[in-house]
Design a binder for this molecule. Structure first.
Ligand SMILES: [Fe+2]
Ligand SMILES: [Fe+2]
Length: 375
């Protein structure tokens, strides 16, 4: 039996997607835990059909992945000196100062001088890279689960290469944090909720939808921005390498789900739409960086409204969905069930990207330069 159609409150735990109070009330209560267990009951699938290349596009991707392996220890210039403070200051100068365009008078930030803003910039970078690292572990675990649960041999083969890729990504982000930055953050509560939901679902295609389409789609855009913005050569190269793998991972999701979704009925597609919407909101909620404000001794509730004034913030945030929306469209998820997901994406201001290049189209370009980079 399929479940009842759910409303926004059932899916994300609040009626209004923009309810700041509700968003900030979600906090990580197990920040000191050393391990985190998620219960998941699902079928591990053996297939006795070993014929390689039945799904030629997946097979091609697998062959490419084997050639594109790189070594996180030896292929990156780890000897590069990183001066975090200098980078934060240079970045602020390039953007016209720390508070350009924001009126902080009457708030806790009114008393902040350069020292506090520099500290904030450093904490913010530590937080961002920590979340990348945690997200990469999510990808590692999810993809290992896909190896077990997907029924097609070509997909099991490909997913096995992605497991190796993700191990390398966790490794390089952890090393960058330890060797070059100045502290870790626990996983953000919203990201944790999302990863838990993805890994707990027993349906193999939901792992793909949550991870390859949503989380990795957003990561690909976020890594792209950071790669463009950063002036730090080690991080730039690290991101370039990671991105060349990520574009393949997102393409793996699109190729696999395209075939599978063709045989699903309207009610089943609606469940996928709801899952995509939930993932989009969780990822959006994380943009507030509430743990950074808390560590700086500032109430996130006080500063969250100020963030609205940051020039281009809305544009920047919605651009993070520029890979996800075209890929959802390609999978038929925008317009199934009377366009339910199209309406939700319109509400959260990201529908404008529907006709941007999907990862299938874009993949060859990225891969061509990516393979050069790691040759
Ligand atoms: Fe990754
Ligand atoms: Fe990935």
């Amino acid at each position: 039996m399929t479940q009842q159609m759910r409303d926004t409150a059932d899916i994300i735990g609040r009626d209004d997607v923009n309810d700041l109070e509700a968003i900030l009330s979600v906090v990580n209560t197990d920040a000191d835990e050393a391990v985190h267990a998620v219960e998941s009951v699902y079928d591990t699938i053996f297939t006795w059909d070993y014929e390689k290349g039945q799904r030629p596009k997946l097979d091609k991707l697998y062959e490419k992945a084997k050639r594109a392996q790189w070594n996180g220890q030896t292929d990156l210039p780890w000897e590069t000196e990183v001066d975090q403070e200098k980078l934060v200051v240079a970045n602020a100068v390039a953007n016209g100062g720390f508070t350009d365009g924001i009126d902080v008078s009457g708030t806790a930030l009114a008393h902040w001088g350069d020292a506090e803003w520099i500290r904030f910039g450093i904490e913010s970078q530590n937080w961002t890279l920590s979340q990348f690292m945690h997200g990469e572990q999510g990808a590692l675990v999810c993809t290992a689960k896909i190896v077990e649960s997907v029924p097609w041999i070509d997909a099991k083969y490909y997913a096995a290469t992605q497991v190796m890729d993700e191990a390398r990504h966790v490794e390089v982000f952890a090393k960058y944090l330890d060797d070059k930055l100045s502290g870790h953050y626990p996983i953000n509560a919203h990201l944790k909720l999302l990863l838990d939901d993805i890994i707990a679902d027993r349906r193999w295609d939901m792992t793909y939808l949550g991870m390859q389409i949503m989380v990795e789609g957003l990561a690909l855009a976020a890594f792209g921005f950071m790669h463009q913005m950063t002036t730090e050569p080690l991080l730039k190269q690290l991101l370039r390498y990671v991105m060349s793998d990520e574009s393949r991972h997102v393409a793996f999701g699109v190729l696999s789900l395209q075939e599978y979704y063709q045989q699903l009925g309207a009610a089943e597609l609606r469940e996928r739409q709801e899952f995509a919407f939930e993932a989009a909101v969780r990822m959006r909620d994380r943009f507030l960086q509430q743990e950074v404000w808390a560590r700086m001794g500032v109430d996130p509730k006080e500063v969250a409204p100020l963030l609205e004034q940051v020039p281009d913030r809305q544009v920047f945030q919605s651009l993070l969905f520029s890979k996800i929306v075209p890929n959802c469209k390609k999978l038929g998820l925008l317009d199934a069930a009377d366009g339910w997901l199209r309406e939700r994406f319109t509400e959260i201001g990201v529908i404008a990207f529907e006709d941007w290049a999907d990862t299938g189209e874009e993949y060859d370009t990225l891969q061509a330069t990516g393979t050069d980079a790691v040759a």
